[in-house]
Design a protein around this ligand. Structure first.
Ligand code: MTE
Ligand code: MOS
Length: 769
């Protein structure tokens, strides 16, 4: 346990507000909410074909199955039969199946087990159509979910032509299953007048509310969505939770009884979309020093059966195609491939990391072709402070600290001497090879959809004891936003942490919220909470001014006291006194991110308020006979600005890195050519375990970090960006493979770098030597 040194602090380590409850099993998740008498349990029946017209759904045997109370199909939907967040395309129950696993009907029964048994008894008649399952097939058939996009800066083709050297290649990064500890879950309780109380494990209560209202043809004010915490989201509950909450509500409406839907893990993985895998083809021109002069790129992603968030995800990939590098001339074509697979969705990094991997792979290719250390080539291509500081979307970078972070880490990790030692080790060892790599991270913070950058809050101070209740749109998904918001509020009021409670996120308390996503949750919701407090403070100041004839009544809130010029109150006494004098002790708050704007059509503007930076050095070991690999050591230096809670930020930095390493090395999503997902349980899909963590793991927050923008506490979020520090693992593996060819050739390696891919890469290399 962390020691709490003093109350009322910020910038200091403090355990997660639910940490003890998480580890002792006392934290309530949606499935732990006490069930009311008469509660029913549900299960979903889904398509066994990836592409087919649903000719007939015969549910006779399902209805007769033990314990079944009712079934629902598309015929039960009065309003909108779609849960698509931006565009239509995600029917709750479709007429035409677009992927293997697409929900077709649902059952409510007396137990979960009976519901799950019943759905298997459906007789569904399909007219099978040919599925498209791969990016390459989709590109060939021009099967897209949205129109392709071309972005351009300078004269890429000319620049490539005039360059001293040129390279061509292609590169793939894989998909990834979110695998949150808590699966998709909803619990719905009918209220009077066909109102519904919806408990949902979601990152986005407001949109859940809207989607259910539209489905039922009811007003939004009849639906209340509540979420206390979720057992991980990672983007997988930003939109993909909607269908479960919607189906659960549909059953509750039909039966007039409380209904729970807790997904079986296999069904959960089969039904929901994952990370977009990306395929790229590149042509790059560069000078003798390895500085990129021109880049032409084709970037295609597997979006699955519907648009979902693919437009924004591909846009973020395009916005991060530079990572930390200045690109003067680029031409990028972006294709959003429609395939008959579950609709791919948000996943930590939201496409940004897929874009960053493309440029990192290109830089690595350049370094290998010049036979130089890739660290050197990376450094030479970095954005500069005074010049070379305009991005390919015309945003001036004003907070660049990548050089400092990179150089500090090179030193602290002993990169150079270790690199020499590794070369020596590789000369002396035939079957075990080591590799090392350093990679930078620059990640833009804000939703790229402008209007989402707003948040609300509701703060109450209770008159009898001065305790504080804070409500915002923030979803606690393990990342610590409730803890950080409570710290901000406690600090602002000069109160001990224990006097502040952040309560369950609810659409009837704070409306019209954005998803807890884009790493912006605390930035936005924390600022909204502080705005509410500033209003309550104003009420108190007005009262003190009037009552005590104090001219300048700016209160200082510290250590449980409130100091005005010439008068000090105990916080509790002031609150009680204010109440007795009829002063409002409650307020809503609001925040909208300043400065940002983006012209999507011309791909120009300032989409981000600020950038988060980081770098990592990873050292790996591979077995050239089996392709097995291991991270021996990782050193990370990451910018959290002035961290609100360094221990929570460290947790995010470590967790992000491990999740990123999983994506790039061992997690492999696989479909059969008929569109059937073969990796839908821990027995077929491997996520990192404790034993996969680096043996040596040195993680530090950048000490000189400070957000130059007006963000709460001058902090920087650590939600998504640390995941990308794991890029260093992939390129360390590539570096180990390159040693097999005595560093004379560039190995081709796609992600994830599974043992099979590592072996193939080695064998290809050996053939060329
Ligand atoms: N950390 C935990 N423990 N659980 C999660 O689900 N989601 C990640 C990241 N870290 C996640 C997490 C993703 S995808 C995002 S966008 C951010 O947290 C969201 O939280 P934030 O905005 O507070 O950083
Ligand atoms: Mo995170 S992918 O923005 O939910």
């Amino acid at each position: 346990m962390l020691k709490v040194k003093k109350e009322n602090f910020i910038n200091e380590k403090r355990p997660h507000e639910s940490g003890a409850k998480h580890v002792s099993g006392r934290a309530n998740y949606t499935d732990d909410i006490p069930e009311l008498p008469g509660t029913l349990y549900s299960a979903i029946g889904w398509s066994k074909k990836a592409h087919a017209i649903i000719k007939k759904i015969n549910l006779d045997k399902v209805i007769k199955s033990e314990g079944v109370i009712t079934v629902v199909t598309s015929n039960d939907i009065e309003g909108r039969n779609d849960v698509g967040p931006v565009y239509d395309g995600d029917p709750i129950f479709p007429e035409k199946a677009e992927y293997y696993g697409q929900p077709l009907f649902a059952v409510a029964a007396s137990t979960t087990e009976l519901a799950r048994k019943a759905v298997l008894k459906a007789k569904i008649t399909y007219k099978t159509l040919k599925p498209i399952t791969t990016i390459k097939e989709a590109l060939k058939k021009k099967s897209y979910v949205l129109k392709e996009k071309v972005i351009k800066k300078g004269e890429a083709l000319k620049a490539i032509e005039n360059s001293a050297s040129r390279l061509k290649g292609n590169f793939t990064t894989g998909s990834q299953e979110h695998f949150a500890l808590e699966g998709q879950t909803a619990f719905v309780i009918p209220q009077e007048d066909y109102d519904f109380k919806v408990f949902s494990s979601t990152q986005h209560p407001s949109e859940t509310q809207q989607i259910i209202a539209k489905m039922l043809n009811q007003k939004s004010n009849t639906i209340t969505v509540e979420t206390r915490r979720i057992g991980g989201g990672f983007g997988g509950k930003e939109t993909q939770s909607f269908i479960f909450a919607a189906i659960c509500t549909l059953l509750a409406k039909k039966t007039k009884r409380p209904v729970k839907l807790r997904m079986d893990r296999d069904d959960d993985i089969i039904i929901t979309g994952k990370r977009h895998d990306f395929y790229s083809e590149y042509e790059v021109g560069f000078d003798e020093l390895g500085v990129i002069k021109g880049l032409k790129l084709k970037l295609a992603s597997r979006c699955g059966a519907s648009p979902d968030l693919s437009g924004a995800i591909n846009e973020r990939a395009l916005l991060h195609i530079d990572n930390a590098y200045y690109l003067e001339n680029i031409l990028v074509e972006n294709y959003l491939c429609k395939t008959n697979t579950a609709s791919n969705t948000a996943f930590r990094g939201f496409g940004g990391n897929q874009g960053m991997m493309v440029i990192e792979n290109i830089i690595d290719h350049i370094a290998n072709s010049l036979k130089k250390d890739s660290a050197e080539i990376r450094r030479r291509n970095f954005y500069q402070k005074k010049k070379k500081n305009i991005t390919h979307y015309n945003m001036k970078i004003e907070d660049n600290v990548i050089q400092e972070i990179f150089d500090q880490l090179l030193k602290s990790s002993n990169y150079k001497s270790r690199k020499l030692n590794i070369k020596k080790f590789n000369q002396e060892n035939k079957y075990i090879k080591k590799g090392i790599s350093i990679t930078p991270v620059k990640f833009g913070i804000s939703f790229t959809t402008w209007h989402l950058n707003q948040a609300g809050a509701l703060v109450h101070i209770y008159c009898n004891d001065g305790s504080v209740n804070v409500n915002t749109g923030a979803i606690e998904m393990g990342q610590g936003t409730y803890t950080k918001i409570a710290q901000l509020v406690a600090h602002e009021l000069g109160l001990p942490f224990s006097k502040v409670k952040v309560s369950s996120t609810r659409t009837d308390k704070v409306p019209n919220t954005s998803a807890s996503a884009a790493s912006s949750t605390t930035d936005l919701n924390g600022a909204a909470a502080l705005n509410a407090i500033s209003k309550i403070k104003m009420n108190l100041a007005t009262y003190v001014k009037r009552k005590y004839k104090i001219k300048n009544a700016e209160g200082i809130y510290e250590n449980g006291n409130v100091k005005f010029k010439g008068k000090i109150f105990k916080f509790n006494s002031l609150i009680k006194e204010a109440y007795l004098n009829r002063v409002s002790l409650s307020s809503s708050g609001f925040y909208a991110t300043p400065k940002i704007h983006f012209d999507k059509k011309n791909f120009k503007g300032r989409p981000f308020l600020y950038f988060s930076y980081g770098a990592a050095v990873s050292e790996v070991m591979i077995d050239v006979l089996t392709g097995e690999n291991k991270i021996i050591r990782a050193d990370i230096l990451h910018d959290a600005g002035k961290a609100i809670n360094p221990s929570i930020e460290l947790g995010q930095i470590e967790g992000g890195f491990v999740q990123g390493a999983g994506w790039l090395t061992m997690e492999e999503v696989n479909w059969k050519s008929n569109g059937e997902l073969t990796t839908h349980s821990p027995s077929t899909y491997k996520i990192p375990a404790v034993s996969d963590m680096p043996e040596k793991f040195n993680v530090e927050i950048f000490k000189h970090g400070k957000n130059i923008e007006n963000v709460i506490n001058k902090s920087k979020t650590t939600g998504e960006p640390p995941l990308m520090n794991a890029m260093s693992v992939f390129f360390a593996i590539k570096n180990a493979i390159a040693s097999v060819g005595n560093y004379t050739l560039n190995p081709h390696l796609d992600a994830p770098a599974t043992p099979e891919r590592i072996l193939m890469s080695i064998n290809n290399l050996k053939r060329k030597i």
